[in-house]
Design a binder for this molecule. Structure first.
Ligand code: G3P
Length: 225
């Protein structure tokens, strides 16, 4: 299971890479807009951080297939061919995915809300499909169940496309998705931090340290003793 950052704040990405076992970065136009910076300034900085073969996803904006294809080529020129081009799984997007997959472009079909939308994108040649867990929940559906159905459809039809579950708002959604066995999840920085945030754990660690200091003196560690 790959753990990916869904964000474009370079200092947050640096901090998370430093601490956690992170496997890549996903972005989208809304995420880039939040930085207030020029898209390629941000994306190039992220590419440098993750390395030339690191996993980076950047989204095409156009609505027509031929324009999406041109954007994909441009993004790959700017950010390297290891970059996954995110393309919305709408009819023109599917048309672009069919063409781009033929030339070896890495593709993440995004804005996936239904299992059959995922199936069509996978058949068109997407490497990943990205179902939007929380947004599906917000529509009165179940993001977790939708991901489960996509997984079942892929497994039962011999489809190798990976599932990159996205749009999470809480740790329970992440846990339920991971329980079913998933290729990748992409999470906002706050949610990644929250996976380890627990007052009881903090209290346990504080107690270990204070007990040891009673034994060996203030600031003592196993190096001194
Ligand atoms: O990257 C796409 C997906 O993560 C969207 O998430 O939080 O805007 O629903 P959100």
């Amino acid at each position: 299971m790959r753990l990916i950052i869904d964000n474009a704040n370079v200092s947050d990405i640096k901090r998370l890479y430093d601490v956690y076992p992170i496997d890549g970065v996903t972005t989208n136009p809304s995420i880039l807009a939040k930085t207030g910076r020029k898209p390629y300034d941000v994306l190039k900085a992220i590419r440098e951080l993750v390395g030339p073969d690191g996993e980076l996803h950047a989204q095409a904006i156009s609505r027509k297939a031929e324009d999406i294809i041109r954007e994909a080529e441009f993004i790959r020129e700017k950010l390297g061919s290891a970059t996954y081009i995110k393309i919305p799984a709408i009819p023109e997007g599917i048309k672009a995915i069919k063409e781009l997959s033929k030339v070896g472009c890495r593709i993440t079909a995004t804005a996936v809300y239904t299992p059959l939308q995922a199936l069509v994108a996978a058949k068109a040649g997407a490497d990943y499909v990205a179902p939007y867990v929380n947004r599906i929940d917000n529509l009165g559906g179940s993001g977790v169940e939708t991901v489960g159905e996509i997984k079942e459809i892929f497994e039962n039809n011999g489809i190798k496309t990976m599932i990159l579950a996205a749009s999470f708002k809480n740790a329970n959604q992440v846990k339920e998705i991971c329980r079913m066995g998933i290729d990748a999840v992409t999470l906002q920085p706050e949610l990644i931090d929250s996976l380890l945030k627990n007052d009881s754990v903090e209290a346990a660690v504080d107690r270990f340290i204070s007990d040891f200091e009673v034994l060996c003196g203030s600031g003592a560690t196993m190096i001194q003793n």
